[in-house]
Design a protein around this ligand. Structure first.
Ligand code: G6P
Length: 569
């Protein structure tokens, strides 16, 4: 989380960096700032809130060397003083930092410096400033003393810029106009870029780039081609989230076409005796993984999905006949990355299922299976989720030796909003429950997460069979239960659950393609293949969360306290 940008060149760096931060704003939007060089003096402009505020505050400044940051608070509350860039006690260095310095308290006690913020980043900066040597040497020495993760840009009053990284992404590119640095390839300019590995450092002086390893030795690095994620739509929508839901069909279609054209599945290197599949992910991608596990079971494999934050510390016995699939829209999520590194280090088969070309996860894993959902900006994942489900479904067909569906299959996917009158009604409840069984239970989890994320209503997803084992105690006239039923085999079971809820005064709204729920208000889904109903049923539920968020006047693209890519643990 947090976005980092830097620029050294001929143009006005303020425009370049603020423009870059705008692209990265989805990574953090608590506060932001820039540091720039003016006659060998470092100046800083910071503000609480979004990059538009920063743009207003800095519009009259002109500088050729600029570093900037958009923050998602970890250590220290949201305030101007905690916003980056920070300046060292000697005022000779400024720095922006992504990541967490775990031992900052111990280090702080050892430093003889004035601190202006509560952040761990400022401690790292003063540690660098206190070391001996030139700026790269100082940075390398200090990096050996810090525990934790970082991507940093350090600016000195002499105009030198130094970069360094450990387990937090950092990239740079060079064009005729200047050198661009960013924590996401998206915010770089040019056609090619350099990617830094852990504990690599860079010095930018007099428009020259020099790379160093952790021992301070110069190293060569190769450039890679920038593959930017396509931005799909020019549909007029009130928010990114809305346009991204509308882009679902395009995303699915594009993914299918690419898979067929490039024969992607046959390029995936599988264990010789593949017998099981583990899927590892966070957040919405975890829900797609749960769905994927069901598809792989259907295809005859033992399959299981894990939360990456649990998997990496768990007791799973890794197995050479297992394929480990890491599912991530961004390909940058810290826990997913750490889990992938752990499996890779033990030489087991890894596959990255990501929506972001050039992502860190793609570099780690042996195989890459891209989704082609196009760039997703809203924090709440929508089209990337449906695309992940689709991609896992297609892969399961391939593994089962079945043919991939025709493109018509997508054109026929029905697309549905949530019925208007129910939206207002649900928004008025204090307790919202989503229930379902089998695949619908997974959809319930995802629908509940969407509602929490952007409308801030407390909601819970329950496997309907579990209601009687506790949650039924909460059902009364203040509760609304949204029951999802798309799998024929569980219709009758769900009906009895609904009667139990009704008998206790709870309001029930059903989301289903079946005619069996006539006694209840129902958002009627169109009929489609049952295995693919999770794609059909989540769309009205994504709209439900979005419309309630709009009703409350919140910004669906930037929910409070959250960020699009969680690059810290
Ligand atoms: C964050 C985002 C979620 C996302 C999760 C995993 O929490 O807000 O929308 O599902 O990270 O992200 P990934 O990029 O790994 O899919």
């Amino acid at each position: 989380m947090c976005g980092i940008c830097g620029y050294v060149g001929k143009n006005n760096g303020i425009g370049e960096v603020v423009g870059g931060l705008k692209i990265l704003e989805y990574r953090g939007y608590d506060s932001c700032g820039v540091a720039y060089l003016d006659n060998e003096k470092i100046n800083i402009v910071k503000t609480i809130g979004g990059v538009d505020n920063l743009s207003d505050l800095s519009k009259d400044i002109n500088a050729n060397i600029v570093i900037g940051h958009t923050r998602w608070a970890t250590h220290g509350g949201v305030s101007e003083k905690n916003a980056h860039p920070h300046i060292s006690s000697s005022k000779k260095l400024a720095m922006v930092h992504n990541g967490i310095i775990e031992n900052y308290k111990e280090l702080k006690e050892q430093l003889d410096a004035n601190f202006y913020s509560e952040t761990d980043s400022e401690v790292f900066l003063n540690l660098i400033d206190g070391e001996e040597g030139d700026l790269v040497e100082k940075t390398i020495k200090a990096s050996k003393k810090v525990q934790g993760t970082f991507a940093i840009i350090v600016l000195s009053e002499s105009g030198e810029v130094v970069l360094g990284k450990r387990e937090s992404p950092l990239y740079l590119s060079k064009t005729a106009e200047g050198i661009f640095v960013a924590s996401d390839v998206l915010a770089l300019k040019g056609e090619y870029f350099y990617s830094l590995n852990d504990d690599e450092f860079v010095s930018i002086k007099n428009f020259q780039i020099l790379f160093y390893n952790k021992n301070g030795e110069k190293i060569d690095k190769k450039q890679e081609k920038i593959e930017k994620n396509e931005v799909f739509s020019d549909i007029f929508c009130k928010s990114h989230m809305e346009s991204e839901i509308f882009e679902t069909k395009d995303a699915l279609l594009k993914t299918l076409k690419k898979y067929k054209k490039d024969d992607v599945f046959s390029n995936i290197k599988l264990p010789k005796n593949l017998n099981s599949i583990s899927l590892i992910a966070c957040g919405t991608a975890y829900h797609a993984s749960l769905m994927g596990a069901e598809f792989f079971k259907e295809a005859g494999f033992d399959a299981r999905a894990y939360l990456a934050s649990e998997f990496r510390y768990g007791r799973e016995l890794l197995n050479k006949n297992t394929l480990y699939i890491f599912v991530s829209q961004s390909g940058e999520t810290a826990d997913t990355i750490a889990s992938a590194k752990m499996v890779k280090s033990r030489k087991f088969y890894t596959l990255a299922l990501t929506n972001t070309p050039n992502s860190l996860l793609n570099r780690i894993c042996k195989n890459v299976l891209p989704t082609f959902a196009g760039r997703e900006i809203a924090v709440a994942s929508t089209k990337a989720y449906t695309c992940q489900i689709w991609s896992l479904y297609l892969f399961s067909l391939y593994l089962a030796g079945k043919k991939l569906p025709t493109e018509n299959k997508i054109s026929n996917i029905p697309f549905l909003n949530f019925d208007e009158p129910y939206i207002k009604e649900i928004a008025g409840f204090e307790k919202v429950f989503f229930i379902g069984r089998d695949l619908d239970y997974i959809t319930a989890m995802e629908a509940s997460l969407k509602l929490k994320e952007i409308s801030y209503i407390n909601s819970v997803a329950i496997a309907s069979g579990e209601l009687k084992h506790g949650t039924l105690a909460l059902i009364d006239k203040d509760a609304v239960v949204i029951a999802i039923c798309t799998q024929g085999k569980i219709k009758t079971k769900l009906l009895s659950n609904l009667e139990e809820i009704k008998a206790r005064g709870g309001k029930v709204i059903v989301v289903s393609q079946f005619d069996d729920f006539k006694d209840f208000p129902c958002v009627k889904l169109p009929k489609y293949d049952e295995l693919l109903m999770p794609i059909v049923s989540i769309i009205p539920l994504q709209f439900l969360a979005l419309r309630i968020c709009e009703l409350f006047g919140y910004n669906p693209d930037k929910p409070r306290n959250l960020a699009k890519s969680v690059t810290v643990e």
